[in-house]
Design a protein around this ligand. Structure first.
Ligand code: KG4
Ligand code: ZN
Length: 342
């Protein structure tokens, strides 16, 4: 079955066609019209600008996705099994562009519509080209807006084990990059700067909540610690790679330690990584190494880099499994929810 996915929750306008069959999902097209260069000049996403760009880009992006999947608009009506669209969480004005477009196409083509939670979409990036999944699964979901540990016993069943008490991990990367003058988006900038440091360092960042017997995170303390360290160290502009590396290590260590503790406690057979921060190579490597060391029987799945930051293939994949589970949304009931919970 073919599904068209549409994603406009933040600053990427994205459309994708996937083919699902049984448990297997293959991506036929994955088109992203990125606004990063536009928002970079403001140091972050400006919602009004993002909304306007979505309106300009959404139809050409969908056109490209259909074309690259070998579908023309006349065939789409008969070949697509449904349209999956992100309904939240995200920026309300951004979400509206995708949802309005999806609703219009679903009505014109007379095909089902599937409301997808953006976080569920990130999780389902792991189900693209995936081997057979061993349940239960514990997922570390780390993006610009969320840092959560989630347990799934089966498809579409989410249990939140832990959440962030303050900033999300991606937000912590973005804020540190601003303090270090590395620009936007901060995660890739910090990761790149960190590559230039090897060796020992006396810059130590806190590992908040590490002693706590729960699976919650906190990242605002690490960010404040960076701010105070930079104020005291007049030589910091010459030590940017070292600060970036130590900061990245502290975040990755917190994320991986909690994930392994949760996986062990909940008898996970699989650990998954999801969200924009899962593009971080140090996080990917550390999770693989420390799981092999501590829980060698556990399968670790990490999405292909193309499906880590916001994209529509992950939304189409989540939509496919919802459609299989008969969780479509009546056309008239479909609406955006910027604060949607998993
Ligand atoms: O999932 P995503 O694309 O958007 C949200 O749903 O928020 O995640 C964006 C976040 C940003 O905070 C960005 O700095 C972070 O993911 N990010 C990274 C990397 N690539 C993107 N963080 C660390 N290392 C990276 N390589
Ligand atoms: Zn996202």
């Amino acid at each position: 079955m073919l599904i068209l996915g549409i994603e406009t929750s933040c600053d990427e306008t994205a459309a994708s066609v996937i083919q699902g069959q049984g448990e297997s999902v293959e991506v036929l097209s994955n088109v992203i019209s990125s606004q990063i260069d536009i928002h970079r000049q403001y140091g972050g996403v400006v919602p009004e600008v993002a909304a306007r760009e979505h309106i300009l880009n959404i139809l050409p992006t969908i056109d490209s996705a259909l074309q690259q999947a070998g579908l023309n608009k006349l065939q789409a009506k008969d070949r697509l099994g449904g349209i999956a669209v992100t309904v939240g969480p995200g920026l309300i004005t951004s979400l509206i562009s995708g949802v309005t477009t999806a609703k219009t196409l679903a009505r014109v083509w007379n095909i089902p519509i599937i409301a997808v939670n953006h976080i569920a979409g990130h999780i389902y990036a792991n189900f693209i080209d995936a081997p057979k999944i061993k349940w239960p699964v514990v997922i570390l979901t780390v993006s610009g807006g969320h840092t959560m540990l989630i347990k799934m016993d089966d498809h579409l069943q989410y249990q939140t084990l832990g959440d962030t008490r303050d900033d999300a991990a991606g937000e912590a990367f973005d804020k540190a990059a601003k303090l270090l003058g590395l620009g936007y988006p901060g995660g890739p900038a910090i990761a790149q700067a960190a590559q230039h440091f090897t060796g020992q360092s006396d810059i130590i960042f806190p590992r908040p909540m590490s002693e706590k017997d729960n699976y919650d995170f906190s990242f605002s303390g690490i960010k404040t610690s960076l701010l105070y360290k930079l104020k005291k160290d007049l030589d910091w502009p010459n030590r940017i790679p070292e600060y970036a590396a130590q900061y990245q290590t502290a975040i990755v260590d917190s994320l991986v330690s909690k994930t392994l503790a949760a996986a062990e406690r909940h008898n996970a057979q699989t650990i998954m990584l999801a969200g924009g921060v899962s593009a971080n190579l140090n996080l990917r490597k550390t999770l693989l190494e420390r799981t092999a060391d501590r829980l060698p029987q556990v399968q670790v799945l990490i999405p292909d880099l193309a499906y880590t930051t916001d994209n529509a293939a992950m939304i189409a994949c989540a939509g496919y499994f919802k459609l299989v589970g008969k969780q479509t949304t009546p056309w008239a009931d479909l609406q955006v929810d910027p604060n949607l919970k998993l």
